[in-house]
Design a protein around this ligand. Structure first.
Ligand SMILES: [Fe+2]
Length: 419
């Protein structure tokens, strides 16, 4: 039987380990301790983060037979099969790997690593959510899209985690990259945070920039679809477009606002989504219901295809706000306009003292714009030009608190909601 080169190296590596002859075969010993060429190792949210976790990673060459190993700290490890997919865009093929960890124990430290033949990544760690969480905090970023370099994004991400090390997860509410098909964008977005990303739980939200092709036309966001395997929402055609998950006293609903960009591909995106949303949120027992979605509910001088104006409520606002009123949504967090605005409660499309609270934030990337005020709805705003900023969301059964910080550490505003 002829041995393949890989098999030969694997066997030789085992023999070296067995007899301790690493010094005799220095080159082969070096191969055995080599690193796996994997990129963008990440943890993604599942519908129930107390008992499950999704781990994904990528490579530029196929890693046949690679597996995920995991163990509760100090326990025996288990091997999980991996789902492999690939995509060629922008003249580069990326291989995507997904492992679904299930039946985990709540509030437990786990370790995981990727393993192929006799080479493994260093162990990474995560903690499952406690069975009963009465309070927690999370980081909410918007518009991490960058031009030229993602270094600033990486620095802001690390600084935010240093400032709020107790946060349980982070979300990026759309426009994660500037161009949904450009290899450079995806590569640099992940590379800038690769040192701490494997230890953090990531909640991705699709934005309009994920739906731009290399020539800036609307396109199916294939790379986003493959990059983020997210909780199943029941519609296989729209898998990874919208979803929900529970975290302690909060039911989070992630919506997709790209009806314009996806109109030729998914013409029924809004109706399908609203039907799902009604089923998902109605009578949900969670104390709070919080929506994360990319495009804002106001136009702020951005031309709206539907209303044919640049004023007041946006197409996204008209599409979703009546449903939020109907379902009693508590808080809606958006991005897209690259500035911080707090509009307080809006009900029946008018400023009110009840109804959902609408807060927009961002950017956390380096794309800065001047954004005009909306005199009817804006209750408070950050100064212009808007510096990089993010939100810290704190939740307990008694109250929801949203605090806007600049990446430099300035506290802009705290908003508190209580029942
Ligand atoms: Fe956007």
């Amino acid at each position: 039987m002829q041995l393949s080169r890989r098999r030969f190296i694997a066997l030789t590596g085992k023999i070296i380990l067995l007899f301790g002859l690493g010094g005799v075969f220095p080159r082969l010993a070096a191969a055995a301790s080599d690193t796996l060429p994997i990129e963008a190792l990440r943890q993604l949210i599942t519908a129930d983060p107390r008992t499950s976790r999704t781990i994904m990673w990528q490579s530029k060459t196929p890693l046949e037979g690679c597996r995920l190993q995991y163990r509760a700290a100090g326990g025996n490890f288990q091997n999980l099969p991996v789902i492999q997919e690939s995509l060629n865009e922008d003249r580069v093929t990326n291989y995507y790997y997904t492992a679904y960890l299930k039946n985990l124990t709540p509030a437990t430290n786990y370790q995981y690593r990727i393993w192929q033949n006799n080479i493994a990544t260093p162990w990474q760690e995560f903690i499952t959510a406690p069975a009963e969480i009465t309070e927690f905090s999370a980081l909410i970023f918007c518009d991490s899209q960058c031009g030229q370099t993602y270094d600033g994004w990486g620095q802001a991400f690390r600084t935010a985690w240093q400032r709020h090390p107790a946060a349980h997860f982070f979300a990026i509410v759309g426009d994660i990259v500037d161009n949904g098909q450009q290899e450079w964008q995806w590569q640099n977005f992940f590379a800038a945070i690769a040192d701490i990303l494997p230890q953090k739980l990531f909640i991705p939200v699709m934005g309009n920039h994920e739906c731009y092709s290399l020539i800036w036309k609307f396109c199916r966001p294939r790379r986003y679809e493959l990059s983020y395997n997210l909780p199943a929402n029941g519609d296989t055609e729209l898998q990874n477009y919208y979803y929900s998950y529970d975290y302690g006293p909060v039911h989070f609903i992630v919506l997709n606002t790209q009806m314009l960009e996806l109109k030729d591909i998914h013409p029924h995106l809004l109706e399908t989504q609203k039907n799902w949303l009604r089923q998902d949120a109605k009578n949900h027992p969670a104390r709070w219901r919080v929506v994360l979605m990319h495009k804002d509910i106001l136009a702020y001088d951005e031309y709206q295809e539907g209303t044919k104006t640049m004023m007041s409520i946006s197409d996204t606002g008209y599409a979703f706000m009546p449903v939020f009123d109907e379902l009693g949504i508590d808080l809606v967090l958006t991005g897209h306009m690259h500035t911080y605005r707090n509009r307080g409660h809006i009900h029946h499309l008018k400023p009110a003292d009840k109804g959902p609270v609408y807060i927009m934030s961002g950017p956390i990337g380096n794309q800065q714009y001047h954004v005009p005020a909306d005199k009817t709805f804006d209750r408070s705003a950050i100064y212009q030009p808007t510096p990089e900023n993010y939100l810290l969301l704190s939740a307990s059964t008694e109250k929801l608190t949203v605090t806007c910080y600049t990446a430099a550490g300035e506290l802009i505003e705290t908003t508190e909601l209580s029942h």
